[in-house]
Design a protein around this ligand. Sequence first.
Ligand code: ZN
Length: 479
Amino acid sequence: MLKKTLAAAGLAALLAAPAAAQYDVAAPAPAGFDRAATGRATLAHLQNLIRLDTQNPPGNEALTAAYFDSVFRTVPGVETHVLNVAPGRANFVARLRAGRATKKPVIVMGHMDVVGADSAKWETNPFVPTIRGAHLYGRGAIDDKGMLAAALVAMQELARDRGRMTRDVIFLATAAEEGGPSVGIDSVVEHHRELLGGAEFALNEGGRIRVRDGAIRTVNIQTTEKVYYNVVATATGTGGHGSVPLPGNALAALARAVNRVHEWKPPVRLIETTRLYFNRLAATERNAEMRAAMQALTAPGATQAQIDRAAATLSREPLHNAVLRTGASLTLLNGGFRANVIPSEGKATFNVRIVPGEDIRQVVAEMNRVGGEPSVRFAVEGDPLPAPAPSPVATELYRSMESAARAMAPNAVVLPFMSTGATDGAVLRGAGIPTYGILPMPLAEEDEIRMHGDNERVPVAALGWAAEYLYRVLSGVAR
Ligand SMILES: [Zn+2]
């Protein structure tokens, strides 16, 4: 009976309000903030940004830097810097000066490059912004031009009231986030540190606001990310003619060691962020067994045996498994050069993502032990940097992100989050600036998974939501 009523009510709601109900904000708009106008402005800027082809490689972010420069130059109280780094490549900084600056600046940042697009697989031209139904299609609509457009509009809105602001807001747009030479955030931190103004904290991409069944369910604020290394296994043995099988075949030893490491489950390692994450995620989990495991994992005083049992259940889900522990994925296998020659060497590469706080050298020592082949040595590639510390959840910026989310989506669960992928945020954290990740457009999974894929798109109604969210977060720390 109850089920039937709910189904009927759901259908009625669907017919009455097609797609955008989840973007209706219960709270009144902030004073002086025109929702319709800021929504239109965010859409227009995003369309302009999509038209600028910044596929990386080659990047050509200087196009976008020039666009931002032309827009920000007209905003009172803003000074701009185009930082040319290489032909066609630039970073961009705009600083909005507060009327009553008593606190250190806050940074809001995004990256200007996008990943390549396989036009043949797209329904639209990826570099011609196209509205179809409720969505805007185009490369970068989600990653990361949508956030840049929303941040730009939030800055314009803040500027109208800068006399009351207590800290400067620094807009930072970077090059080369999607890979390639160090011409992006590394270059800004290394050569233009002064433009970061001794910022107290920063807001970047990397989190998620998730929509399910027509409502915003979770607001995931990224406080840290797994740290990326490549570990290469090198097997050596006696080479020879394929006509005489040899017991010490390097490739066979490599295969055994590689398989053992692939099967290996590193120990569960919970940190403040992941403990809170699973604890709060339990409230939104629909599967009873998973929900119980999340509660058991984070229960005060849980024993190691209870934690391991709960983790075993959660680890059936690959993403949960990746959040619970260090992960090693086999990504490259190289060996041999002729069908009738036993090679004397073979190599395998594992992409290893460690939980912050772990030491890659210990992880590699463990891989050598687990591999268990005297003729196979695992070693980390390059000169590994230590992992930056996670950003604390007790800062003014984190709290502002939390309260803006609660005002705009009161039924959503807000939780800190460790991303398994890498962003520019790690570089700022490494430079001592606590950095929080959010993707301010609330997205359903079917849209989120198009990031880096074909037919990337964003719901048009999510853009105004994103600009308002960033405006609320920034004014929360700058007033
Ligand atoms: Zn991105």
